[in-house]
Structure formats: C-alpha cells, structure tokens
Design a protein. Structure first.
Length: 277
C-alpha cells in the first residue's frame, strides 16, 4: 500500500546561512513520499540560487519565487495552491526536522482520523548548541488561546482538506509576526481537533536576533488578533486583559523572558531524557 504524500511548505527570505541544513533535514527523513514546496520571498542574498541547485538534484523539491516581498502568510498560501499531498507539514528555513519527524506525524494522523492537526515538542537551539526542550500542550483546546498559541507553527502537520476548509492564511498587517494565530482561531471556531506529540521531533532555532525582532508594533498587532479571537470564540469579557500579554512581553526586559524560557527548556530537557533511560 502506497504511503500518503506529504507536502512540506516553507517561505524563505535571505536564508543563505541556514537553508542547506534545513533542506538536508527533509532529505534525510525516514519517510520518503514527500514534496518540499519552497517559496522564495524576493531574497536579496544567495537563497534562490541555492534552492535551484537543490531542485535540480531532487525533483521532489519545488521552488516558487515572488517578484516582490509578500511576507510569510502570502508565501505559504502560494505553496498551498501547488501542494498535492494528503497532509501538509510546515517548516522554517532556520530550523531542522529530526529524521523521524514526518514518519511519526503521518503514523499518528493515519491512526487518529479524528485529529485534524498534529504538532510536536521541539529542541530549542542557538549558536551555542541545544538549550533544552519546549513542549506543546498535549491536547490543545480553544481554551489555550486565552494565553498562547496551541501549536508551535513550524512543527505542525495538518490535513490538506482542513487547510482548504480554513482557506489558508489570512494576510494582514496585524499578523506580520503571528500569521498562525488567526489560523488557530478559525481552526477552533470550526471545531477542529489537534494534538501535540510530546516527543521532540523538531529543532527550533531561537537566537538573540529573534528576540530583537519582537517589536512593540508587532506585539500590538498580535494583541489585536487575540482580542478579535476572544470575541469570535465567545470568551467572557474578564479574559480580554490577557490579550495584552504580547505587549507586556515586549516591554519587559528581554533578559527576564530569556531566563524564564531557559529554565522551562532545561527542566523539560532533563525530564525527557530521564524518562528515556
């Protein structure tokens, strides 16, 4: 019996330093029935040239190119138009999918047809190496949207038919740094179900530069999306102040945010590897 096709989708912009290890991690998957659709968002470095080199060597790699910078949501929508898989997996250009990621997520989806989307825990790393593990909520519901996203966006695999029902990603100025948040609001409005595999299957790059990108303008946009989501999901009004969390996170000293995440990641790392012994 032929295994279902998985469409891996990714938008890239000026990723020449990391794109090779990212693509290599998909090429090294134990699961081989995939297509990797990559939309170059008008990069100014060698990204497009590197993509073309990979595509020439492996026909499963499909390269799209934007004539102007459209940002991530629009680039992912272009990938979705081309995607032919039963399942659609996300990927980011500075991250790494561990070898069994796709195989494990496909097996879970095939064995749980009631689940529309599956994410996973991820190993956090930076220029100094692995920092620890950040876990997803195992059985996320709409309630989790009161305080956080239910999935780490680049770790997900979703049914293609679910992506179609959701009509892809909303393109808006408010969602420039949170293009997935609005997607999850619609996901739960349509009573879709998700799950996060607790085993880390993904390596997520997060550096000091990433913290610097968390601007007040982007945080205000994210808070607006939370406010709209609370209203659409029918949350009580006393929940609404929680929508200010992204703004507060930017205002607070970033050193405190990093230390909090570092403690959480190390604790999860120690717990996971103790359980593996």
């Amino acid at each position: 019996m032929e295994k279902p096709l998985v469409s891996v989708i990714m938008g890239v912009y000026n990723e020449e330093k990391t794109i090779c290890q990212c693509i290599d991690s998909i090429l090294n998957q134990t699961y081989t029935n995939w297509e990797f659709i990559i939309c170059n968002d008008c990069s100014k470095d060698r990204t497009l040239g590197l993509l073309k080199e990979y595509a020439e060597k492996d026909s499963r790699i499909i390269v799209l190119n934007n004539d102007k910078n459209l940002r991530l949501a629009a680039s992912l929508n272009k990938c979705l138009v081309v995607a032919k898989g039963k399942y659609v997996a996300r990927m980011d250009a500075d991250d790494i999918s561990l070898p069994e990621r796709i195989e494990t997520q496909v097996a879970y989806m095939e064995n749980h047809p009631d689940i529309d989307c599956v994410g996973c825990s991820r190993i956090m790393f930076d220029e100094n190496g692995d920092r620890g593990i950040r876990k997803g909520i195992e059985n996320p519901t709409r309630e989790i949207l009161k305080v956080r996203s239910p999935f780490a966006h680049p770790t997900i695999m979703m049914k293609a038919e679910t992506y179609n029902e959701l009509k892809g990603y909303a393109v808006s100025k408010d969602g420039m740094r949170a293009e997935d948040l609005e997607l999850w609001i619609r996901f739960f409005m349509m009573n879709k179900k998700g799950y996060n595999i607790q085993k880390p299957l993904y390596k997520y790059h997060e550096s000091d530069e990433d913290y610097k990108k968390r601007t007040l303008k982007a945080a205000i946009g994210t808070s607006k999306i939370f406010f709209r989501g609370y209203r659409l999901l029918g949350f009580p009004i006393y929940v609404y102040p929680l929508a200010l969390k992204p703004i507060i996170s930017v205002i607070l000293p970033q050193r405190l945010i990093k230390e909090f995440h570092s403690y959480e990641e190390k604790r999860n790392f120690d717990t996971f590897y103790m359980s593996e012994k």
